[in-house]
Design a protein around this ligand. Structure first.
Ligand code: F6P
Length: 565
């Protein structure tokens, strides 16, 4: 079914109403202090509890009227209808003519029945694949699956890049306290030879298992790294006398130490991995939406199938909430709409994500692919140009490290950068420093930062502290720097699943308002093409060198002059 044309959102009366409202707020003066004082119900009406997560939206630069107008904008672009089209399997990824069904990856079997999309029973296929992943995970965890010399696996190395790396790497880091079978994980992604060198350093090949993850199985970085890993494994096993130099021994070793995850099982076999050691997924799962598909196999192995199921359940809970909560009370939809408010009305093109949890240190990097590969687009899904700003820059670092680095700019810089703070009540590592509970010291910082950003400090308050007049201006905090607080009970597989689905849907909301296809990524193709043309010029081909532009040529000449190996 052809997709309806995107609404040109900037031409809608709802957009015009928001612009008028924005202009009025600017005239009246945006003041969180005043809004909090005038409306004692503000926090209650802008706080939403979703399962084990509390969302406090009250420190955003919005009034009840703003939210009302944003919800109307959401309805004008038929947010709810487009989400229904997505989960029904319509081809909302227009430029690749594909369904977008990551939500089907976490639909519980008992609720799903059969669900046929493009002739494929999606639910049956998902659960069949999950069953084989869980079976494999159990074998590795129990020691029934051994390396070629009969020793159980101790380290699992994921080889993949982009969506085939960032999700599993982030989730492993987030959940490693749940890794209870004595297995550790490592992640190789970069084609930079340093990455493979460092990640294989100190590993015992007899107890190492590689999972090669690539949706297409053509990605230069991943296939190069997989070949390197195979060479590393076979050389090390031969050097140690663990296998002989025969083809058969090599084949047997590869079959015990390599498994694959891909939609392209033919290329997996061509690489030399037995297809019975491969887990499939499908074209309707975008790379950056794939951590809950077979791409998460390493998580099922290291954390165990039960934890992986909890992770999927958290994602499904968020899907269910997003799909069944009216926009007015839907924290997820409101977060997406508020982001549009900042991008297109406040002209704020940067968005910080600040996890107050060290285990979430890779979460901002994960979100960068999810949000920026999805919404960094200049044309709508029918090819017409957008006429508003899209796709803000997402970035961040865990608190409190960020406080001692870039928070200066958040508090007193000339640009307004909305921030999402993510914290949890409980820690798996409760500690005291003398009388002081360290988690409370940490959480005190999270709360202090959102408060300082919102309410600031006036010149009079600074003076009252006895500050000399000439440095008063430097010590004033104007406040009104927006933030959302997401406060969870604990970081668990379930709540991590919720957080991932939350940002997937925020990305959907923003993309839908802008009328763009959030599920293609043509912008990464040109660089890949050019790399193929340029690489020969580095060492061999003067003809390839001559074809380059003057700047590229000069950089290659510098390389040729200085290469020392
Ligand atoms: O180059 C971008 C990209 O296509 C991402 O969208 C994807 O996650 C990544 O490359 C890896 O692709 P694959 O899983 O096919 O190796």
């Amino acid at each position: 079914m052809a997709m309806p044309k995107p609404v040109d959102v900037t031409e809608t009366p709802e957009w015009a109403a928001l612009q008028e409202h924005f202009d009025r707020l600017q005239e009246e003066g945006v003041s969180l202090k005043r809004w909090f004082a005038d409306d004692p119900g503000r926090v209650a009406s802008m706080t939403f509890d979703v399962e084990d997560l509390r969302f406090d939206l009250s420190k955003n630069l919005v009034t009840e009227e703003t939210l009302d107008l944003l919800v109307k904008l959401g309805r004008a672009v038929d947010l709810e209808g487009r989400f229904r089209s997505m989960v029904r399997g319509e081809h909302i990824n227009t430029t690749e003519d594909r369904a977008v069904l990551h939500t089907a990856l976490r639909r519980p079997k008992e609720q799903s029945g059969s669900f046929v999309v493009d002739g494929q029973d999606v639910v049956a296929d998902v659960h069949e694949t999950l069953a084989s992943i869980y079976d494999f995970a159990d074998k590795v965890r129990s020691g029934a699956w051994t390396g070629v010399t009969g020793r159980p696996i101790e380290t699992v190395v994921n080889i993949g890049i982009g969506g085939s790396d960032l999700g599993p790497a982030m989730a492993y880091e987030a959940l490693k306290v749940y890794a209870d079978a004595g297995l550790t994980a490592r992640f190789v992604s970069n084609i930079d030879p340093n990455d493979m060198a460092e990640k294989t350093r100190g590993l015992d090949p007899e107890t190492t298992l590689f999972i090669v993850v690539s949706k297409t199985f053509t990605t230069l970085e991943t296939i190069t790294n997989a070949r390197e890993a195979r060479t590393w494994l076979l050389d090390a096993l031969r050097d140690a006398g663990a296998i002989d130099g025969s083809e058969d021994a090599a084949k047997e070793a590869v079959s015990r130490h390599f498994v694959a995850v891909s939609t392209n099982l033919e290329l997996v076999e061509e690489f030399g991995i037995d297809p019975k050691n491969a887990f499939g997924f499908w074209n309707w799962v975008g790379g950056r939406y794939s951590v809950d598909s077979a791409v998460g196999t390493i998580l099922a192995v290291v954390l165990g199938p039960e934890r992986f199921q909890d992770f999927l359940a958290g994602m499904h809970a968020m899907d269910h909430y997003f799909a069944h909560t009216p926009l007015e009370e839907n924290a997820v939809a409101l977060m997406g709409l508020i982001n549009v408010w900042y991008v297109d009305f406040f002209k704020s093109y940067s968005h910080a994500v600040l996890p107050y949890n060290q285990y979430l240190s890779r979460f901002p990097a994960y979100l960068q692919q999810l949000t920026m590969e999805s919404n960094g687009k200049s044309v709508r899904w029918d090819g017409t140009p957008v006429d508003c700003h899209t796709g803000e820059v997402f970035w961040g670092e865990p608190g409190t490290n960020g406080q001692h680095a870039f928070y200066q700019l958040l508090h007193q810089g000339t640009s307004m950068i909305p921030a999402d703070f993510i914290a949890f009540v409980n820690t798996p590592n409760p500690t005291r420093d003398g009388e002081q509970d360290v988690q409370e010291l940490f959480l005190g910082n999270f709360l202090a930062q959102t408060k300082a950003l919102a309410f600031g400090k006036t010149a009079d308050e600074v003076r009252a502290e006895g500050t000399p007049e000439e440095i008063v201006p430097a010590r004033v905090f104007e406040g009104n720097r927006p933030s959302t607080s997401i406060f969870g009970v604990a970081l668990t597989p379930f709540s991590l699943g919720e957080l991932i689905a939350l940002y997937e849907h925020i990305t959907f909301v923003e993309g839908t308002v802008w009328g763009i296809d959030s599920y293609d990524q043509w912008g990464v193709e040109l660089g890949k093409q050019l790399a193929k043309q340029i690489t020969p010029a580095l060492s061999e081909s003067d003809a390839a060198l001559a074809e380059q532009d003057a700047s590229t040529r000069s950089l290659i000449e510098f390389y040729r002059e200085n290469r020392t190996w």
